[in-house]
Design a protein around this ligand. Structure first.
Ligand SMILES: *Cc1c(COP(=O)(O)O)cnc(C)c1O
Length: 426
């Protein structure tokens, strides 16, 4: 995007060319950006992608080739991981540095539905348990299993009430005060607790992070020497708004590494240190290409209406999330003048607005003056974008393409009208 809010290419491929070839709305992912974000985290023993952020098989395959492992929060995500080439369990070859083997796929949840319990038992998938009921359910099916405990340390740090992942306001994890009781139950059930996980998402706040690391250390000492892996969870932020910056990754790592080293000294063996980003790996790679279909004035406010709505990208309506936008004019001679507009979609729903703030208030954005037929690109849409898309208003799910080496590859077809009624009967 140039400083005038104009963009004619994404990762070396023309926006208009993409729109003509694959139609709009369209999700396009920059493969090299994903690889770069994987490399940023090379200091960690294990980077585990929270695939719920962007689970297209081609993206998972790319991430697997970059040496990143994967988290699954459902049976469907387990099947995606397997289809993308991940194996269900680690090969037991000893790591030359003495680190315990990493589980290629971990199932993380607060419950087992019947399907997921069947799947982890049959396939031998490692489980990160967010409730003590999961322990007994697993022990019955997989006697002697090793497990990870997801702990709620009693405080949180989400960027909205809906994304807060710790404290009394969060349903996630095993409450920290229950750990002694849960450890007794695990032992009684014959399970071995080898992993400890906290997903709080402190972002750039290193002081808060130190608090999380301290809480994890206390629980680790309660678990004792069976522990071989600790996970800092996800929640690494990305800059969405102008002026926001990337987190201090090395400060982040240093803090967790110090916690790991302390535990290694106490226990006398190596501890694997994991991080579990979702957003960080894919958000910036993703672009939602839309076409401007109508421009209208409601009193004093101008609306630019595009062919994508909250059925295509839900973050603005769910969280008041901000996404940068740029315009690719269909006509090169288009005016470059900026104007304040509200951007909305096609749904029969007044909340179908991309420029809204938390609480659902319609805001405006300064964008180059648009005309019907121009392409509006909604940026940093590669995390919690397509994966939250729906068929609301009987709209088809959009196509997805992967951009690599200046070429586009279709990695998911746009749904057809037949897809929309598949499985229904009258
Ligand atoms: C969603 C989630 C993540 C990833 O969160 P991001 O904010 O996208 O990094 C990591 N771990 C678990 C268990 C999650 O549910």
């Amino acid at each position: 995007m140039n400083s005038n809010g104009l963009r004619d290419q994404i990762a070396g491929v023309g926006v208009a060319e993409l729109a003509r070839e694959y139609g709009t709305p369209l999700y396009a992912y920059d493969a090299e950006m994903i690889r770069r974000r994987c490399r940023d985290l090379a200091a960690w023993d294990t980077v585990r992608f929270a695939q719920k952020a962007c689970s297209n098989l081609a993206v998972l395959d790319l991430i697997r080739r970059a040496g990143v492992l994967v988290d699954a929060v459902s049976t469907g995500e387990i099947h995606r991981a397997l289809a993308a080439g991940y194996t269900a369990h680690a090969d037991r070859a000893a790591d030359p540095t003495g680190l315990p083997p990493a589980h290629p796929i971990v199932y993380t949840a607060d419950i087992f539905d019947r399907e997921s319990l069947d799947a982890v038992a049959k396939l031998g998938i490692h489980v990160n348990c967010g409730s003590s009921d999961m322990l007994e359910q697993l022990a019955e099916r997989v006697p002697g299993a090793s497990v990870t405990l997801r702990v709620n340390p009693g405080f949180g740090h989400g960027h909205s009430q809906k994304t807060n992942t710790g404290g009394e306001g969060s349903k996630h994890g095993i409450w920290h005060e229950e750990i002694p009781d849960v450890l007794r139950r695990a032992e009684w059930a014959g399970l071995c607790v080898t992993g400890l996980h906290m997903h709080i998402g402190s972002g750039t706040d290193l002081a808060h992070l130190a608090e999380v690391a301290g809480a994890l250390e206390r629980v680790a000492l309660e678990i004792g020497r069976s522990l071989t892996t600790i996970s800092a969870g996800g929640g690494l932020p990305v800059p969405y708004k102008p002026g926001e910056v990337h987190a201090d990754l090395s400060g982040y790592f240093t803090l967790w590494d110090a916690t790991r080293r302390k535990l290694e000294q106490t226990f006398g063996h190596r501890i694997r240190l994991e991080i579990e980003p979702g957003r960080y790996l894919t958000a910036e790679s993703g672009f939602l290409v839309t076409e401007v279909r109508a421009i209208k004035k409601q009193g004093g406010r101008k609306y630019t209406l595009v062919d994508a709505g909250f059925n295509t990208l839900a973050r603005p309506v769910l969280y008041g999330a901000y996404h940068p936008m740029s315009l690719c004019p269909a006509d090169d001679a288009a005016a470059q003048q900026l104007e304040d507009v509200a951007v909305g979609g096609p749904l029969c729903e007044s909340g179908d607005i991309f420029t809204q703030t938390d609480g659902g208030f319609v805001a405006t954005r300064a964008l180059p003056r648009a005309q019907v037929g121009d392409y509006l690109v909604i940026e940093i849409a590669g995390a919690y974008g397509f994966v939250m898309a729906s068929n609301y208003n009987s709209k088809p799910l959009p196509a997805e393409v992967l951009l690599d080496g200046g070429k586009a590859r279709l990695v998911r077809k746009r749904q057809t009208p037949e897809d929309l009624v598949r499985g229904e009967t009258v």
